[in-house]
Design a protein around this ligand. Structure first.
Ligand SMILES: C[S@@+](CC[C@H](N)C(=O)[O-])C[C@H]1O[C@@H](n2cnc3c(N)ncnc32)[C@H](O)[C@@H]1O
Length: 230
């Protein structure tokens, strides 16, 4: 049974616990959003009506996959899954974790609470989402968690050098291609771990990025896979 508790909003649930359905996991995440004060439905409703007004691109109009107007459960990773991913990564204190296309920054809230010695940067194109996440972050004491307004597909953009990168079908194939080239350059300087969620990102990595699959076999789970560079 998965019950929301404000004393432990991001519980670590056992991978093989079949009594907890996906629907319950997603409902639980809705309760966590409400607890954090994230008004996702309201923000998405405005985005649906007026479009994204706070675009990150210096050349707005370039097609992006922004998942606008959807329910949180349709485009955000559940909090309990984020907790599971982090427990598998076991990030060393002081290391940096980046979410590429962070949505409402769910990963940042989990890291702030359970990994307060790790840095987190979440890049997101839709400024309205960044604003909402920052509003809720202000109420918490998570000094190492940052939400940045950025267009990952822009030629001028380079992600920060980090230890762990999370990608969940964040954008168009062109944008994912550009990001993986950026990550490959970073991996030439230091080993990195990439967690990819969703079919598109995983297929793309496995078909086009042998530097992430050739030397260390990916660890695959139902919804995500973990890849390591050499
Ligand atoms: C499928 S959602 C995943 C959100 C978050 N990573 C999670 O797992 O909860 C993908 C996010 O990537 C963002 N995105 C798409 N293209 C982007 C770009 N070019 N630069 C930055 N963010 C982008 C979308 O606006 C959306 O919020």
């Amino acid at each position: 049974m998965l019950k929301f508790s404000s004393r432990n909003p991001f519980p670590l649930i056992r991978n093989n616990d079949k009594s907890i359905t996906d629907a319950r996991i997603r409902d639980h995440s809705d309760q966590v959003d409400a607890y954090l004060g994230l008004q996702i439905e309201e923000v998405e409703k405005k985005l649906r009506t007026y479009g994204c007004r706070l675009e990150a691109s210096v050349f707005p109009g370039k097609p992006q996959e922004l998942w606008i107007g959807l329910a949180a459960k349709r485009f955000l990773t559940p909090y309990t899954e984020i907790r599971t991913i982090l427990s598998l990564l076991k990030p060393k204190p002081g290391s940096t974790i980046v979410d590429l296309g962070a949505g409402y920054g769910r990963m940042g809230f989990v890291i702030g609470r359970h990994y307060p010695k790790n840095k987190f940067i979440g890049y997101e194109y839709v400024g309205e989402r960044v604003k909402e996440s920052r509003k809720c972050l202000k109420r918490l004491n998570h000094p190492l968690v940052k939400f940045r307004h950025a267009d990952l597909s822009s030629a001028e953009f380079r992600p920060v050098i980090a230890d762990y990168y999370f990608i969940y079908d964040y954008g168009t194939t062109e944008a994912i291609r550009k990001t993986l080239v950026d990550l490959k350059k970073i991996a030439q300087e230091k080993p990195i771990t990439v967690v990819a969620r969703g079919r598109d990102s995983r297929d793309f990595i496995e078909e086009h990025h042998p530097w992430l699959t050739k030397w260390t076999l990916p660890k695959s789970y139902i919804y995500f896979s973990i890849y390591q560079s050499v």
